[in-house]
Design a protein around this ligand. Structure first.
Ligand code: AMP
Ligand code: ZN
Ligand code: FE
Ligand code: FE
Length: 281
């Protein structure tokens, strides 16, 4: 079983990279990709755990991108984590996420929602990529809501008045940067519904022309219609099809291995990659 999309405490997951790899072994996964938002900070710890636990680790990143007001997530597998342009893009996104988190919390506090910048900061592990789930965690810890889901439903959704955007590269440029860094680019959950709707076929085509390698088709945000549509699109554009859980530990209901990718597809990703190596036990 292969699961190519998970998050650890290096971004907004609730398990450390080592614990996540342990959970992957327990769940019976043969291979897992660690794809934290805009960072490679969890890779080394996950690699050590993978060797110990007998799980194959695919180092990855979920790169935040935006086209106008539309948010697009791009999975990058096996890029060189030291590639200067990639490093600079990720750092810029993380810094902007930092400022943005404070601005969201200030707007919420000004509206008498019981949350402070300090409480939210305390939920972010040193060096981790901050995100809205950390605001949710502060609200859970304060007993204001019972789960991240509730915080998102009430205050943190894409259409919330407290929502603030952050810097993110254009998706076509992100594909180019990932490729330059030797990585393999796969668009994440393109039919996830956000405030600006789903990612249109035209944008996927544009990204394909820039070197996109695949589409994450099998994902809990995709209904059967979306899956059928994206399968046809991938076929027409000659793109790989992946499936993944988008596991966030206890932070989301997604279970490891709830959607999977076939071994031939992982082999194709590995063959195209030139930036870093799959970690084998
Ligand atoms: P951000 O990266 O700060 O824009 O926050 C988006 C992150 O929040 C994504 O990684 C989602 O997985 C997570 N997220 C979105 N909706 C929910 C929800 N209802 N419950 C928990 N996490 C969520
Ligand atoms: Zn996340
Ligand atoms: Fe995502
Ligand atoms: Fe994700």
């Amino acid at each position: 079983m292969i699961d190519l999309h998970t998050h650890s405490t290096a971004s907004d997951g609730t398990e450390t990279p080592a614990a996540l790899v342990g959970s992957a072994a327990t769940a019976g996964l043969d291979a897992v990709a660690l794809t934290d938002h805009d960072t490679t900070a969890g890779w080394d710890e996950a690699a050590g755990a993978a060797r110990q636990r007998g799980v194959v680790l695919v180092p990855g990143i979920e790169v935040s991108c935006a086209r106008g007001s539309r948010s697009v997530h791009l999975l990058a597998y096996l890029p060189d984590p030291a590639h200067p342009v990639l490093v600079a893009e990720l750092a810029r996104a993380r810094e902007s996420r930092d400022t943005r988190l404070d601005r969201m919390v200030e707007k919420m506090a000004a509206d008498d929602i019981p949350v402070t910048v300090e409480a939210v900061r305390a939920e972010v592990r040193p060096g981790a990529t901050p995100g809205r789930p950390h605001i949710a965690d502060a609200l859970v810890r304060g007993g204001v809501v019972s789960h991240r889901d509730e915080a998102f439903a009430r205050w943190l959704g894409d259409d919330s008045p407290y929502y603030v955007t952050h810097y993110a590269p254009d998706p076509v440029r992100a594909v180019e940067v990932v490729r330059d860094a030797g990585g393999v680019a796969v668009i994440a959950h393109p039919h996830s519904r956000t405030r600006t709707g789903t990612v249109g076929d035209e944008l996927v085509e544009e990204m394909a022309a820039a070197g996109l390698a695949g589409v994450e088709v099998h994902h809990r945000d995709h209904d059967p219609e979306a899956v059928a549509h994206l399968c046809r699109l991938a076929e027409a554009l000659g793109l790989l099809v992946t499936g993944s859980s988008d596991y966030h530990g206890a932070g989301k209901r997604n279970r490891l291995g709830e959607h999977t990718t076939d071994p031939a597809t992982l082999a194709a990703i590995e063959e195209r990659a030139g930036g870093s190596e799959v970690v084998r036990p």
